[in-house]
Design a protein around this ligand. Structure first.
Ligand SMILES: Nc1ncnc2c1ncn2[C@@H]1O[C@H](COP(=O)(O)OP(=O)(O)OP(=O)(O)O)[C@@H](O)[C@H]1O
Length: 252
């Protein structure tokens, strides 16, 4: 399969996330059967597929948790199978349910998680990251234990911004978000894209993906079966995509 990386950006010459003909799985069980997927800096890629299609396994590939038996995986040019620590330094991973230190404030979480990543930053830089991530300033010093999913995501995104990572992996970011929080989340992804972050987002939400993604990929049985690229004012023909992929069980 050929990839239609946006040619407008010089940065597109280099891929932040790349999987080429990847075969991978768990033990003797193969889940990914020759997966081809690439995300350029400043691109939002939404990966859709039925339950068990291999979406989370694909994220695990870039994180170095899932080792390919053949094929090529690169994160900003680094092979996570060979050097997972260095590969993970290029990434921020935001799981469906963001885990934070519940008794620490938003600011303390970012400071502490930065510390753990060996990337200490001053209070001003952390405040700026929280502000860019769209967290209400009244919440900076509050314990995160009472935070909503949307607020937790903002803390994670502030951490990604402070770390200045080139790539962001998101697993089901909009499930359980209300429409306003979903719209705010989409706006945030736009901010990250403008900073040339490569974003790979796993989702079941075709409509949400169509609003924010530059490309949508469909995975079935561990293989990328199709890709659609945003174009024109309408961006994607959501109805046609839905008809095509819902019928074969790739969409809920
Ligand atoms: N750690 C694991 N060990 C063994 N099998 C696993 C493991 N994790 C996932 N699987 C299996 O791999 C297959 C693909 O799972 P994966 O989580 O990648 O799918 P998915 O597309 O993310 O699905 P969902 O939409 O349900 O999250 C499934 O059959 C799942 O049971």
């Amino acid at each position: 399969m050929t990839h239609s990386i946006p040619a407008s950006s010089a940065a597109a010459l280099h891929l932040a996330l790349e999987a080429v003909e990847v075969v991978a799985g768990y033990g003797a069980r193969t889940i990914l059967h020759g997966l081809d997927l690439a995300v350029a800096p400043g691109e939002i890629y939404a990966l859709l597929g039925a339950n068990g299609a291999g979406k989370t396994t694909t994220l695990g590939l870039f994180l170095g948790f899932v080792r390919p038996s053949s094929g090529r995986v690169r994160v900003n040019g680094i092979d996570p199978g060979v050097d997972p620590t260095r590969a993970r330094r290029q990434l921020a991973y935001i799981p469906e349910n963001v885990a934070l230190y519940e008794h620490l404030s938003a600011r303390e979480n970012v400071a502490y998680l930065l510390d753990l990543a060996g990337e200490k930053q001053d209070a001003r830089a952390i405040g700026e990251a929280l502000s860019t991530a769209g967290l209400d300033s009244a919440a900076y010093e509050r314990r995160v234990s009472g935070f909503s999913k949307g607020m937790r995501q903002k803390v994670s995104i502030a951490l990604a911004l402070a770390r200045k990572v080139p790539a962001l992996l998101l697993d089901e970011p909009t499930s359980g978000l209300d429409p306003q929080a979903t719209a705010e989340f989409s706006r945030l992804l736009g901010v990250l894209r403008a900073q040339d972050v490569a974003i790979l987002m796993v989702t079941h939400d075709l409509l949400g993906a169509a609003e924010v993604a530059d490309r949508i990929g469909f995975i079935d049985g561990g293989t990328l079966i199709d890709e659609a690229t945003a174009s024109g004012a309408e961006r994607f023909d959501v109805r046609a995509l839905h008809r095509r992929y819902a019928a074969q069980g790739t969409l809920p």
